[in-house]
Structure formats: C-alpha cells, structure tokens
Design a protein around this ligand. Structure first.
Ligand SMILES: Nc1ncnc2c1ncn2[C@@H]1O[C@H](COP(=O)(O)OP(=O)(O)OP(=O)(O)O)[C@@H](O)[C@H]1O
Ligand SMILES: [Mg+2]
Length: 229
C-alpha cells in the first residue's frame, strides 16, 4: 500500500454549507477507519503573509483592488502547492477546505467585464489537480439559518451568496463537471459523512487496483476544453 500516492480531495461549497464539518470528519475517518495517512488543509490559509492580507480584506479592515485580491488568493494556494504535491507523492492523502473553484467564483460574482473566467482561472493553471471535488450545494436561504447565521465578513451576505452559487454552476459547466460531484448539502451531517467515507473507501480500492505508483506524476490542472470567456 505504501507505494501508492495519496488521494487529493477538495470540499467546495457556499458559506455554511458544511465544508469544515465534513472535511474534519472525512479526515478523521480516513485516518481512523481506513488507516491511511491524511492531512487537512484549508484555503485561504490565513496564517501565511498572503493569508494575513486576505484576512484583513475579508474582515473589511482594508480595501484591495479586485484583481489584486484575486491574485493574492491564488498566491495563497501556490504557496501550499509544493507541500500538497510532496504529501501526495509520499503516500499521504490531502483533504482541502475550498480550492481554486472558490477563488474563481467569488471574483466572478463581482461581475466585472475586465475580470473574466479565463483571466480568473489562468493564474491557477499548474496547481496540483484534485482527484475529486465534492460540491456541497445549499440554498443560501437555508445556509443563512445555520450556526447563528452568516458572519460579518465581506462575502457573508445572502445576495453575494446567491451570485456565488450561480457562478459555481457556471464554472462547473465550463469544466464539464469532470472532477466535481455535486451533493445536496441539506442532509443530516452523519448521512453526508457516510457518503464521503464510502466514496473515499472505493477510491482507495480503485487506486490500489489501478496501481497509482509513488513515481506517478500528480495530475496537474489543465485548461478547460472550451476557450471562450
Ligand atoms: N448537514 C448539516 N445540517 C445542518 N447543519 C449543519 C450541517 N452541516 C453543518 N451544519 C452546521 O452549519 C454550520 C456551518 O457549518 P460549517 O462550519 O461546517 O460550514 P462551512 O461550509 O465550513 O462554513 P464557512 O463557509 O462559514 O466556513 C455549523 O453550525 C454546523 O454545525
Ligand atoms: Mg468553514
């Protein structure tokens, strides 16, 4: 088993969809039930220098130009890319709370003519490509009622979330949903947890059968087939 590379899973979704809850449970289950090494990460990682700038922006303490903040979010992922690749190639799986899809959709939700899908996606080309992204889909009117409601940060408003949901749909369509499994997040926590664990288990079986070797190159992010903006 140890010769296999790890699997790279992303959990995406709107605010309050249950991403952090499911990431934590999936990581615990992969480690304790499947007995595999696994690491949890999140984006943005607010602990790094770029993460601190992002944090100030999200809290509303600073104003940052829309293109600049987009690039900072991307840089925050790039900073972690070598570690992700190294972990995967060393046989450790990685579960990530948000990734480049969030990076794109929050910027597209600003509806600027000079901030296109192609531009927004361009700076992430070359990041390690996840094996699978689970998109936790939840109606923002339901999300609002969870855990004391939306917080005070910049994007934590229902109108923004509705726009972001529309943009997720747009981006997944552009990418032909190739790496993405949408899940209805309006289900009990335990039910979703079981579903994700079952999926992870079958993915490990598949990986074993098809022999993902440690020397196999981690899949890299490709241009989408359609080139239009
Ligand atoms: N399936 C669920 N059904 C009902 N409530 C849930 C479910 N999953 C999570 N919650 C609750 O909703 C709130 C938000 O969950 P969580 O923090 O996991 O979401 P998130 O997607 O990480 O949110 P954020 O975008 O703010 O980081 C928490 O109070 C959590 O307990
Ligand atoms: Mg969270």
């Amino acid at each position: 088993m140890s010769h296999l590379r790890g699997i790279f899973i992303v959990i995406e979704g709107l605010d309050k969809a249950g991403k952090s809850t499911q990431c934590a449970r999936l990581v615990a289950n992969i480690r304790d039930k499947l007995n595999k090494p696994v690491v949890q990460m999140r984006f943005p990682d607010r602990t790094t220098p770029t993460g601190k700038m992002i944090n100030d922006y999200l809290k509303g303490d600073t104003e940052v130009d829309d293109h600049t903040i987009h690039l900072l979010f991307s840089a925050n992922r790039w900073e972690a890319a070598p570690r992700i690749r190294e972990l995967l190639l060393n046989g450790t799986s990685v579960v990530v709370d948000r990734y480049y899809w969030s990076g794109i959709v929050y910027s597209l939700a600003k509806e600027r003519d000079d901030l296109t899908f192609k531009w927004a996606r361009g700076c992430d080309i070359g990041l390690p490509m996840p094996d699978r992204c689970f998109f936790l889909d939840l109606d923002p009117t339901l999300a609002r009622q969870r855990g004391g409601g939306y917080g005070e940060e910049r994007y934590e408003k229902e109108a923004v979330q509705l726009k972001v949901r529309e943009k997720f749909e747009f981006v997944f369509k552009k990418e032909d949903h190739y790496h993405v499994t949408p899940l209805n997040a309006n289900m009990p926590v335990e039910q979703m947890e079981k579903m994700l664990l079952k999926w992870a288990e079958s993915y490990f079986q598949q990986a074993t059968l098809s022999g993902w070797k440690i020397d196999s190159v981690a899949p890299l992010f490709q241009e989408p087939r359609q080139e239009e903006e």
